[in-house]
Design a protein around this ligand. Sequence first.
Ligand SMILES: Cc1ncc(COP(=O)(O)O)c(C=O)c1O
Length: 453
Amino acid sequence: MRRSPASLTSPPSSAQNTQTTQKPSQSRLSQLSSHISPMASTSFSADVVPQAPEDPLFGLMAAYRRDTDPNKVDLGIGAYRDNNAKPWVLPVVKKADEILRNDPNLNHEYLPIAGLADFTSASQKLVLGADSPAIKEKRVTSLQTISGTGAVHLGALFLSKFYRPNQQRTVYFSDPTWPNHFQIFSNVQLPYLTYPYFDKETRGLDFDGFINTLNNAAEGSIIVLHACAHNPTGVDPTQEQWKEIAKVIKERKLFPFFDTAYQGFASGDLARDGWAIRYFVEQGFELVIAQSYAKNFGLYGERAGCFHFVTSPTSDADSVTARVASQLAILQRSEISNPPAYGARIASTVLNNPELFAEWEANLREMSGRIIAMRKALRSKLEELGTPGTWNHITDQIGMFSFTGLTEKQVLKLREDSHIYMTKNGRISMAGLNTHNIDYFAKAVDKAVRETQ
Ligand SMILES: Cc1ncc(COP(=O)(O)O)c(C=O)c1O
């Protein structure tokens, strides 16, 4: 079990405020100026509002944009790119867009607080399975959110306000995890720890470390789980391992919080990528789910997402669901009033039309298939070059990202020598690779690894 680096409540690096100490001459100057014109003073001096560091990922994107080298490669942000490194509007999304634009009844009225009902009910079916007993037994309540981030936030806020299993209410994240988890839960004053996840030696799952930490977690702790295509490692538990994880979570009376941002995008198969959540629901857990449509619909900027609360099959399940729904509605109202309509309308049009749904599945297979092909190509190129180390993890991992095992030094060298951009932890967005740049990338990696041995 690893305690978060700073304290139980403060987020790590990217979220941490950096204290900037004023030089004596500067503070004397501001004192003098506040004497001269007291009205011009601020309540937000640097000791109250220190300069925060730039978000590392968005900073990386900006550095890539500034680079004028014709061979530059962007492997930073987790957004799908086609084989020409261009953003891809899914053909099925274009169709849905056309349908919406030609709908004479379309208007720009507010959506209800919980969002578009056709969208939230289709989202339940997508994530839990159309035949889920939890849906039939009305044990699920769902609210449309500002994409996956908004869903994680609404869940965190709800738990912070209403979940009282013990004094501490610790949240556990995988080590590593999507960095925004730290910030979102810290913002609602929930303290966190991490559970071991990535094994640096095998570049796979540290299953024993994971289970061991769950076994020692305080009863009632919240366990944040990536449903599939773990970000940033691309390492997922097998179905047998998920069963064991569920068993320990049940025994230890922990609370599962699923984050699903890649359903269908990971394997191309919606049921397979949704398996873990459906298994937990089958086991009768009370749990929450944060669902994003950014990657699997390519609706990144449209911010379509959904938050689901699922209660256990108990005799008063419908009253629990109704009470929780009423409080979630109040939280949503105070935060965003009601969610944005456009992205949800697009997704809803597709999810509720069998023909378009089938076309969406084909689009998903195209995206995931291209990424899987890039994994195979990268591994075989590195093996052909005889690049020191083992490279099987590139094809063992799944989804948008690969945790390459490249060191920070190698990452910086790749940026300086070859204009290749990736996060400092060696994570690459596989979607940034294509048949035009994969040779260039493999050779650059080979060189960086050999020169920094
Ligand atoms: C694990 C995880 N959760 C949630 C999200 C939420 O993304 P968005 O708010 O764009 O839907 C992401 C996106 O990268 C993610 O990787």
